[in-house]
Write a protein that binds this ligand. Sequence first.
Ligand code: AMP
Length: 145
Amino acid sequence: MIYQHLLVAVDLTEECDPVIKRAMALAQPTNAKVSLVHIVEPMAMAFGGDVPMDLSQLQQQQFDQAKERMDHLFIKYSDIQRGDSHLTYGQPRQEIHKLAKEQNCDLIVVGSHGRHGLALLLGSTANDVLHGAPCDVLAVRLQKD
Ligand code: AMP
């Protein structure tokens, strides 16, 4: 099977480099399209919903910082088209699935820490994305901290 459009989920830490590199290596022989996606989680969601203060300014700062980091990635990986990539608010699993469907992606690429034991209870985005994914998912194994 030849993949035609890879959607790479990036957390915008230095850990996204091996994930992007793996996706680009996969895409290169067939000239497949590679898009990036980063999801900014609403702060109220992170704090469990009810927060008795206005988080809009902080939220905007978080979004601006994410945009800046995405811009650095486009400079570093100039083969990736800025126009095909996405920065949006929401819950990572939901938004990544939605985008993969909308953009007809046939492979989602995520990083995976291979957590086990108690750390598993904290959840992993790779695991989350895998469940109910509308296409194949590649989990790129990341080095342990
Ligand atoms: P985690 O399980 O949260 O440590 O993240 C593992 C992988 O999930 C990362 O390497 C990314 O591929 C993806 N990921 C995590 N957070 C996000 C996010 N906010 N937006 C897009 N992808 C993410």
